[in-house]
Design a protein around this ligand. Structure first.
Ligand SMILES: Cc1cc2nc3c(=O)[nH]c(=O)nc-3n(C[C@H](O)[C@H](O)[C@H](O)COP(=O)(O)OP(=O)(O)OC[C@H]3O[C@@H](n4cnc5c(N)ncnc54)[C@H](O)[C@@H]3O)c2cc1C
Length: 491
């Protein structure tokens, strides 16, 4: 079937009937709600770019699986070059959307599934890999958008799922028969799932031997029976609900990063879509391989794209204000560029140092250490870039009036005059750029960047696990010709 046009994507999403709630109301049509619409627009862009000759090398690639060109967001990396291209696509989409490309988490989940189903089949004699590849071929041939769901509500964090009074705070298998499995529970913070064709679920974390019913990975259509979405709602959502002019919101078309809690109320999953069921030893492998790819993406690619938007807005404001030759402003812009490039360097390094994992599987994953360093660095770097943008933008970032004042006869001329910085730039442009920066600096992006792909402690734990310091200790031993304990007479 090949790559879908943006129109075909819209048409295919219209055929779905997801059960979606937001702000106390059922959303019957996600195309008509101004908040859910942003997710459709964002995903739609990925279809447009894949067919645009200017961007098709970034957004599409040849898939040996189906022997045709597919959207990059459905392709599992089979080489370092694929990983580098994946990193490039992450920055490309982020800097144009200023929000999520909602196909990203599913894409990273494919990498974890391709590698770990292969490993399970090798070790256990299961046939998960064949099942998964059959599914992936279907996704590629139909050019489907796939959301990824790991994060769960969870109970007391120091206890295990089997010890929680409510057993469904992690997604749990409640029935298993010859046709498939039935699952109950929820996933939280899931990006863009109601406007995707499919939802892939992985375990959130490690599972111990008695937690077999929680060791699950599978894929379902996003409007499956028993699935309900409860959408995030914030002042930004309320503003978009009410806004006549989306430019008031900073990111007019693509909006905030939209997530939802996904409730699984006894959802049936046929066996052909189950990729992990009870093999507890492999749950952590799925999660850590997902994290390995997702941290490169979140840390070293998409936030780099977001920073480009912030830096661009700061540079424009510097020029509007006539601050081009002011040393500290140039210094702040330079610092932003250095932080952005540090993020990009870590992302590219994790792609370049990527390797086949497991050996023989044909699946390439980014370098674990560099991917985690990329994400850890960007958590602090993003807050810093937001602070620097706040300095350059000034108080107007948060005090700018509505763009409607440019149409209000009594005050229109004053607003034109007093927000113009005396420049020949249209005042409307100046106001819009400030609103873009409000969206970035006074919004949800700091916390979103921190927690997306896991909070910093998760990266620090992985960095500690991947660094044993043997090499560094040996260097010092050699440099100082340190005695072996045995030779010192002390051992
Ligand atoms: C904008 C956005 C989009 C997202 N999209 C997706 C998505 O598409 N799919 C998906 O699966 N997830 C998604 N997430 C979820 C994201 O991966 C989680 O938010 C992240 O893993 C942190 O989990 P949490 O929010 O439950 O925070 P918590 O885990 O509650 O973290 C809060 C604090 O508690 C600490 N903590 C928590 N548990 C423990 C523990 N056991 N031991 C020690 N310390 C602990 C953490 O280190 C942190 O300091 C998204 C999140 C955001 C913000």
């Amino acid at each position: 079937m090949g790559l879908k046009t943006p129109e075909e994507f819209e048409e295919s999403i219209k055929q779905l009937r997801p059960r979606v709630f937001m702000n106390g109301k059922r959303i019957e049509n996600i195309f008509e709600n101004p908040n859910t619409r942003t997710v459709i627009e964002s995903n739609k862009a990925s279809y447009r770019w894949a067919l645009d000759s200017r961007y098709s090398e970034i957004m599409s690639c040849f898939s040996p699986l189906v022997e045709e060109r597919v959207n990059r967001y459905t392709h599992v990396s089979a080489s370092v070059e694929d990983l580098v291209a994946k990193a490039g696509a992450g920055t490309f989409t982020a800097e144009r959307l200023g929000t999520c490309i909602y196909r990203c988490v599913g894409y990273d989940a494919f990498h974890a599934l391709a590698a770990t189903t292969w490993e399970m089949d090798r070790d256990l004699g299961t046939s998960y890999n064949e099942r998964f590849l059959t599914y992936l071929k279907m996704v590629q041939r139909n050019d489907l958008s796939v959301a990824g769901a790991l994060t769960e509500p969870r109970g007391h964090r120091m206890k295990r799922a089997v010890d929680w009074p409510d057993p469904y705070l992690s997604l749990k298998m409640v029935d298993k028969n010859s046709d498939g499995i039935v699952v109950r529970g929820a996933k939280i913070n899931i990006s863009g799932a109601y406007a995707s064709h499919e939802l892939v679920a992985l375990p959130q974390g490690a599972r111990s031997a008695d937690e077999e019913d929680y060791a699950l990975a599978f894929a379902i259509p996003s409007d499956s029976k028993g699935i309900t979405y409860v959408c995030q709602y914030s002042p930004f959502s309320a503003e978009r609900d009410m806004a006549n002019d989306p430019y008031e919101l900073g990111n007019p078309v693509f909006g905030q990063r939209e997530t939802a809690m996904v409730i699984f109320d006894n959802v049936f999953v046929p066996w052909e879509r189950v990729f992990h069921c009870g093999e507890t030893k492999y749950s952590l492998k799925l999660v850590s391989r997902f994290a390995r790819t997702h941290r490169m993406t979140c840390g070293g690619t998409c936030k780099v794209g977001f920073m480009n938007q912030i830096i661009g807005a700061c540079k424009l404001i510097q020029e509007y204000k006539g601050l081009e030759n002011v040393p500290h402003v140039n210094d702040e812009l330079t610092e932003m560029v250095v932080l952005r490039e540090t993020g990009r360097a870590c992302g590219l390094a994790s792609a370049r140092l990527g390797s086949e994992d497991p050996i023989g599987s044909g699946v390439f994953l980014p370098d674990e250490l560099m991917g985690n360093v990329a994400k850890l660095n960007i958590c602090d770097a993003f807050w810093r870039v937001m602070a620097l943008a706040g300095d350059i933008g000034g108080g107007l970032i948060v005090t700018m009036p509505s763009l409607k004042e440019l149409q209000t006869p009594e005050i229109k001329d004053f607003v034109e005059e007093f927000y113009s910085f005396g420049s020949d730039e249209p005042t409307e442009n100046i106001m819009k750029v400030h609103k873009l920066l409000q969206n970035w600096t006074a919004g949800q992006h700091g916390v979103g960047t921190w927690h997306g792909a896991g909070p910093v402690m998760a990266q620090k734990i992985m960095i500690q696990r991947t660094t044993n310091f043997d090499h560094e200790k040996e260097l010092v031993r050699k440099t100082l010709n340190l005695k072996d304990k045995e030779d010192s007479g002390k051992a």
